[in-house]
Design a protein around this ligand. Structure first.
Ligand code: ADP
Ligand code: MG
Length: 461
């Protein structure tokens, strides 16, 4: 992990924890390029540019100080310094951008703030204010707001937010926690990932300290558990989670969970499933291009970097999969242009982001990819799509594949019929029944969206 910490072995677990909390991608982007020095409770972070210092301070400083407090029991002061100048080589990738840092004026010394004594593990930079509301996330956003303002109210409890990665689940969970603490600074709010819950639980089992584990969780006012899919299937752990969940729920404490799957797909214990389904379940869908542009504008304004709307639109068109990638692309461009003192243009963006940009027109979906992905999902063979077999376990995925072919390709109905060894009226029927279910059943719609993403991913390789 952190390459420049060899001189401070005691800091390795601290930074490992920080990496777990903020996620590997974010860590790689913002903290890995840094050089750390640690002396007398002062952590000096030496960075390529002041822009880096500003971002770390605004987004991650609390997490860093909390981690030092948790692991080493010390309240640290953080000092930011800018690395001395080195000649800038030709730059081809984000990694190079980070390594090749010109000198800039030293940033001011920034002291850490003392927070709520309860370690909520919240990232204060994720708020409702800086979350762009759009049709794709409106329901989740409103439900999150309600959970924060009417904490524990049965109508909003539990709240489960699900989406594919990078669409804002973690952001909303932190926003809920931050909002609760804003109106009630003494609330015991805890943010934690499912993975952390599992490892903490296993550690407690090994140390036979499950009582303190239970006490910690059951004394909360609000539990925000991210990526709950990590807990499912780990038998003892998911039972423990069930008890924790029940204890909080019975006491009208707020529970917010996020998952990369629908609650149905989680295949949880039936009792827990029915409890989860009794609350609010909100999906975040992929944002439209207008929303992606709005998000990029907001990020640009927050870092105060001069970058034109035409360039933002170009990035928004080309990065469709998720917001994390969208944001990462903007920061990559900003880092590159900042270092070279050049104004961002579409052609720089095109070259620098060539590895991730997709052009909708370039993507030709192939009917075999559709069959392959649908076949994999429903465990049926390629030849089953063309066979005369009519059992439901084959007929239904075949209809889904036909529907997806009508949606994702330009093929005519008779052409599609030939690909499935059927006539065009069968294709029309398949398209209509699947479409009807997509419109009526949001969980099914989510499943179809996931299939579309998987098909596009195959054809995009
Ligand atoms: P997830 O947990 O679903 O994988 P995250 O919450 O980590 O996604 O979001 C990825 C990045 O995108 C974060 O930096 C987050 O702030 C940003 N983001 C996601 N949705 C929005 C939004 N609607 N408005 C502003 N930023 C967003
Ligand atoms: Mg997340």
């Amino acid at each position: 992990m952190v390459d420049n910490l060899q001189s401070y072995p005691q800091l390795v677990p601290v930074f490992k924890d920080i990496e777990n909390i903020i996620g590997k991608d974010t860590y790689d982007m913002w903290l890995r390029p840094a050089v750390f020095e640690y002396k007398e409770n002062t952590l000096t972070i030496i960075l390529p540019t002041p822009f880096w210092g500003k971002t770390i301070k605004e987004r991650y400083q609390c997490i860093i100080t909390d981690a030092f407090l948790k692991h080493l029991g010390v309240e640290i002061t953080i000092v930011y310094q800018i690395a001395p100048q080195e000649p800038a080589p030709v730059i081809n990738s984000a990694q190079d951008v980070i390594a090749a840092s010109p000198a800039e004026v030293a940033a001011p010394i920034l002291k850490t703030a003392v927070n709520n004594p309860f370690p909520s593990r919240l990232n204060s930079s994720y708020t409702f204010d800086n979350f762009i509301e759009s049709p794709s996330n409106r329901f989740a956003y409103k439900a999150a707001e309600a959970a924060a303002t009417k904490m524990g109210n049965r109508e909003n409890n539990p709240l489960v937010i699900y989406s594919s990665p990078g669409l804002g689940k973690t952001h909303l969970l932190h926003a809920i926690g931050n909002q609760i603490l804003k109106s009630n600074p003494n609330a015991r709010v805890l943010y934690m990932s499912g993975e952390e819950f599992v490892s903490e639980f296993l550690e407690c089992l090994a140390n036979k300290s499950s009582d303190s584990f239970r006490k910690k969780y059951r004394g909360l006012d609000c539990l925000l558990m991210d990526d709950i899919q990590f807990v499912v299937g780990k038998q003892h752990c998911s039972s423990e989670f069930f008890y924790t969940f029940n204890a909080l729920f019975e006491n009208r404490k707020q529970i917010v969970l996020s998952s990369d799957r629908t609650p149905q797909q989680l295949e949880w214990d039936e009792r827990l499933s029915s409890r989860l389904l009794s609350g609010i379940i909100a999906e975040i869908k992929r944002p439209s291009v207008e929303t992606r542009i709005a998000i990029l504008r907001q990020k640009r304004d927050s870092i105060n970097f001069d970058i034109g709307d035409d360039v933002l639109s170009f990035i928004a068109e080309g990065v469709q999969s998720n917001i994390r990638e969208l944001e990462g692309s903007l920061f990559r461009l900003v880092a590159y242009c900042g270092m070279h003192g050049v104004t961002p243009t579409i052609s720089i963006a095109k070259e620098l982001l060539a590895d991730i940009l997709v052009s909708g027109n370039d993507l030709v979906i192939n009917v075999n990819s559709i069959k392959k992905i649908v076949g994999k999902r429903f465990s049926i063979k390629m030849e089953d799509f063309n066979s005369k077999r009519k059992t439901q376990s084959i007929a239904w995925p075949r209809q889904i594949a036909m529907y997806l072919t009508t949606e994702l390709t330009d093929m005519s109905l008779p052409e599609i019929g030939r690909e499935f060894n059927r006539d065009h009226s069968t294709v029309v029927h398949a398209r209509d029944v699947v479409k009807e279910k997509v419109e009526a059943d949001p969980f099914f719609a989510a499943e179809i969206n996931q299939l579309i993403l998987d098909i596009k991913a195959v054809d995009n390789k």
